[in-house]
Design a protein around this ligand. Structure first.
Ligand SMILES: O=C(O)CCC(=O)C(=O)O
Ligand SMILES: [Fe+2]
Length: 296
């Protein structure tokens, strides 16, 4: 039976990155405290208790998915900023980008009776246009309930990020991300995985998903609509920048204020939208970087 390697919460980014490079996935045990897990469950409860289920083969029929977590839950915002995950994601993806962005947030609750999700590669959302040599994602699933094989722990096929696209796993090659609340599964965008079947009669498996992507890719969850400016204004500058209210390079992602007739906010970083001082983030960078990039 395949297994996913576990590391202690004291693991270094080098340890985490090395295992993801080798296996495509790793679990860090007991990262969050009981108080942090309680806070997450408390802030998610108003949404999860509505019991509105997904309605297709891929997302499930007995699965709830709650998005917009940065706008809806401060505890989720703190999880998105977890320093070890951010540092690991940056180290893992840095050969393909100048920086990372938060790409997807979701609380996924798998209820009794749900069947196993189709195994897939998350990079498929970009339609297969990305060359395999570019790894686009560092994804995290935080357990806020126990994850067991019986209640729907994520299925992962270790090593399958290196497989030919068409190879299908045998059942003995599928591992289950069994973990305690507060632990986190980290995986890349190329490893085969999917939600597990929930064969229990009374346990709901809930995970908080935070996926990080190369900053030059389109985000799966549209963060500007899921966390529009009136919500983003309440966030820390770091979290705001991480979800996309920042530039992803010399000019990538600039904005001009459509209501500003003084032309002070032309082609500036979105961070200016939240600044008291006009163009606080209007630092003019050298064009050399852009020129060298455009020669590649
Ligand atoms: O719920 C899970 O464990 C995994 C879900 C997943 O991989 C997806 O929806 O893309
Ligand atoms: Fe997935």
């Amino acid at each position: 039976m395949a297994t996913i390697e576990h590391l202690p919460s004291s693991a270094s980014t080098d340890d985490i990155v090395a295992i993801i490079e080798r296996d495509g996935a790793v679990i860090l045990d007991d990262v969050l405290s009981v108080a942090e897990i309680d806070r997450l469950n408390h802030e998610l409860a108003p949404y999860l208790e509505k019991e509105v289920y997904c309605r297709d083969e891929f997302t499930g029929f007995k699965t709830q998915r709650i998005g917009a977590l940065v706008a809806r839950s401060e505890a989720c915002g703190d999880v998105a900023l977890n320093p070890l995950m951010l540092a690991s994601a940056r180290q893992y993806l840095n050969q393909h980008c100048d920086d990372i962005q938060l790409h997807f947030t979701s609380a996924v609750a798998i209820a009794p009776g749900e069947s196993a999700q189709i195994l897939h590669r998350d990079r498929g959302i970009w339609g297969g246009y990305l060359p395999r040599k570019v790894e686009p994602l560092f994804s995290t699933i935080w357990a806020v309930t126990p994850f067991t094989k019986a209640n729907g722990a994520t299925q992962v096929v270790p090593g399958s990020h290196l497989w030919d696209k068409t190879r299908q796993p045998e059942s003995k090659e599928i591992a289950y991300a069994e973990m305690s609340p507060g632990s986190v599964l980290c995986y890349n965008g190329t490893v085969l995985h999917g939600g597990g079947a929930n064969s229990t009669s009374d346990e709901v498996r809930t995970g908080v998903f935070m996926h990080y992507a190369l900053s030059w890719l389109r985000q799966e969850e549209n963060q500007y609509l899921s966390c529009p400016p009136h919500h983003a204004s309440r966030l820390s500058p770091e979290l705001r920048a991480l979800i996309g209210y920042s530039k992803g390079g010399y000019v990538l992602g600039f904005y001009s204020d459509p209501d500003d007739e003084t032309a002070r906010h032309e082609s500036v970083s979105p961070e200016n939208m939240f600044s008291e001082r006009a163009e606080q983030f209007g630092k003019i960078e050298g064009a050399d970087h852009l020129v060298s990039q455009s020669m590649k």
